[in-house]
Every structure is written in structure tokens, then in C-alpha cells.
Design a protein around this ligand. Structure first.
Ligand SMILES: O=C(O)CCC(=O)C(=O)O
Length: 342
């Protein structure tokens, strides 16, 4: 990718890092549209998850070696969509993703927001950034080009979903990372008036609205990148404007990732239904990845960027995960169904 420029600045900010499940974290999210949760994973868990993601990448059998960035080229790397997100090829059911979903601090954080621990988890992917000092084409898109919300402003009114990411490497101004526009969940109801024509082109069932590139709206509503430690969890309301952006850095250690995050979203089971839950149960055996929503079944393996890949059969997918009861409940099994299986 050639050198990118933008008139929209993204401020790197140290924001409060709040405790998993704390009333403060719930209030902060409500007020600002996002919240950083401190140490949802401890250091050991973070390192285990990161090593597990490398196991996944090497297990694709395309020739990736975690110790040698010369093997991380696009010929070997799984297909990435915007912002370096890897959405398919079994990523949503690899061991590392299921390990993260089983960590009490993660579930506790979502449970406090919803007032219930009867939750379903997304079968989401990850975002991994390769050092663009090795290959400039590895630099991901600038934030100003894809600021978006993940909820249709007319089709889905009100608070419907809280998305999340677990951060596996410390962030820095050089590396960049997630971008969030604080308080922008309150702009949500204004979108139909501000972008009438643009919105009219999007079916109300599509939960994605992308703002125009270099939108002057974000000169006044300044985006930020929150500083996060490894193991922190970022949560944001799907109405909050967000994306990711590479930072200012040009020099990175050659054989290390610049960014590694796991996307995760938990929603109350009561928002889903039996038809969706039945597809979710089947998705584990089929290793189907999804978007953030668990009240609808949206198959990420069917993203156009994935189905357009001619030789996608060459990737070896991970094994079907062996899930414990906590994980099976996050898929959709009830206590009674689990008891009957024993
Ligand atoms: O990688 C990120 O931080 C942004 C992810 C994102 O935009 C999304 O999941 O909708």
C-alpha cells in the first residue's frame, strides 16, 4: 500500500482501565460508548492465546513459520479483510479463540453489561498486523477510510449489541490499533437525517454503515486510539463509530507482530431464538465462523472477499474443537441439554 495521508487526526489516549464486571465499567460504557477493561486475561493467559493463534496459522499448512517473517507473505497468510481481520478458514473455532471465550474475566465483563450470565458468544475472527517495516504492503487501511458502525440506524434502533476485542500485545502510538469516536453512539439517531441517500442504499437488515472517507464529521468528533496493555479487553456499543488504524511507526522488529487482537462479542441468549441456536450448534462441527451477532446467524465464510479466493481449499482448517460445558453453553446448549448428554 502506498503512503497514506488523512486530514482526520487520531489521538492516542490513556483512558481509564476499569475492572472486569465493575459497576464503573458499565457506567463508563453507557456514557462514552466504549470502555477498556483492565487485565481480562492475565499475562500467562495472554501469552497462551497468542501462541495458540500462531498454532492456528502454522496449522493452515501454507508454510507460515512464527519465527520467520519471510514466510508471512500474502501467498501463505490467510485472506484478510479490512483492518487485517482474518474472518474465515476455521478461525472462529480454533483453540485460541475458544480458550479466550472461556476466561472468567471476559464473560464477567459482558455479563455485567447485560445483567445476566446466560450469554451466547460470537464465532468471530482475529486481527493480526504484520510488521510493515518488512513489507510496506502489510500496512492496513488508515482509520479515516473506514470509520463505521455495525448496526443499521433504522433497522435496529437502540442498544442492541456490545462488541469487543481482547488485546494480546501492548499498544503504542507507533503501532496504532483500534479507533473509537467517544460518545458517538449518541450520533446514531441523527444518521438517517445526516446521510439520507447513503443510508437508503443499505438494506435495513445489513448491520454495517460506513461513513464517507475523510468525513468532516470527524474533525469535530475526534477519533482516539486507546492505550491498552496485553490482556485488556475493549468493549464498544455497536452504535459507536469505530475501525482500526496503523500508527505513526515505520520501524518494528522483523519477526514480531505489530498487533494481535481477538474479536469477541457476547449477547444474552434471550435475544436469540431456537432456529439461530440450532445453526450455531451445527456451526461448531462445521467450524463455521460468524460476525459479532449471536441473535442472527451470519456466516463469515460467505464474505465476498473469502468466496472470491480461487484456491481457498489449500488452507488446512483446525480440528473440530472439544468444548467444555461452559463453552457449550456459550454456543447455546442449555443446562438440561447438557445434563441429558451425560
Ligand atoms: O480491529 C479493530 O479494532 C476494529 C474491528 C472492527 O472494526 C469491527 O470488528 O467491526
Amino acid at each position: 500500500m502506498s503512503e497514506q495521508h488523512s486530514s482526520i487526526s487520531i489521538r492516542y489516549e490513556r483512558v481509564p482501565r476499569l475492572q472486569p464486571g465493575s459497576p464503573d465499567s458499565v457506567a463508563y460504557l453507557k456514557e462514552h460508548g466504549y470502555v477498556v477493561i483492565a487485565n481480562a486475561l492475565d499475562l500467562q493467559q495472554t501469552q497462551h492465546a497468542l501462541a495458540g493463534l500462531w498454532d492456528y496459522l502454522e496449522g493452515l499448512e501454507t508454510g507460515i513459520d512464527r519465527l520467520d517473517s519471510r514466510t508471512w507473505g500474502d501467498d501463505n497468510w490467510p485472506t484478510a479483510v479490512h483492518g487485517g481481520i482474518l474472518p474465515s478458514y476455521g478461525i472462529g473455532h480454533c483453540q485460541a479463540q475458544w480458550f479466550i471465550r472461556d476466561i472468567p474475566g471476559v464473560k464477567k465483563s459482558f455479563a455485567a453489561l447485560w445483567g445476566t450470565d446466560d450469554l451466547l458468544v460470537s464465532f468471530d475472527g482475529v486481527s493480526l498486523w504484520r510488521p510493515w517495516s518488512v513489507d510496506p504492503s502489510w500496512k492496513t487501511n488508515l482509520g479515516s477510510s473506514w470509520l463505521h458502525i455495525d448496526q443499521h440506524p433504522i433497522g435496529r434502533p437502540g442498544r442492541q449489541c456490545v462488541q469487543g476485542l481482547v488485546n494480546l500485545l501492548p499498544t503504542s502510538e507507533s503501532a496504532g490499533g483500534n479507533v473509537i469516536v467517544p460518545g458517538s453512539h449518541r450520533l446514531f439517531t441523527e444518521i438517517p437525517d445526516l446521510y439520507t441517500e447513503r443510508l437508503a442504499r443499505i438494506d435495513p437488515s445489513i448491520d454495517h454503515f460506513r461513513f464517507p472517507k475523510e468525513d468532516p464529521l470527524f474533525l469535530d468528533n475526534e477519533p482516539i486510539t486507546c492505550h491498552m496493555e496485553a490482556g485488556d479487553l475493549l468493549l464498544w456499543d455497536s452504535r459507536t463509530v469505530h475501525c482500526s488504524s496503523p500508527g505513526s511507526g515505520h520501524e518494528f522488529p522483523g519477526n514480531e507482530l505489530v498487533r494481535a487482537i481477538s474479536l469477541i462479542c457476547m449477547m444474552p441468549r434471550s435475544r436469540s431464538n431456537e432456529a439461530v441456536i440450532s445453526r450455531r450448534k451445527a456451526a461448531v462441527a462445521k467450524k463455521t465462523s460468524t460476525t459479532n451477532w449471536s441473535d442472527r446467524f451470519i456466516n463469515a465464510d460467505q464474505f465476498p472477499q473469502i468466496t472470491a479466493v480461487a484456491n481457498r481449499q489449500r488452507y488446512t482448517w483446525p480440528a473440530v474443537p472439544a468444548l467444555n460445558d461452559t463453552q457449550l453453553k456459550l454456543v447455546g446448549w442449555t443446562e438440561a441439554e447438557l445434563a441429558a448428554r451425560k
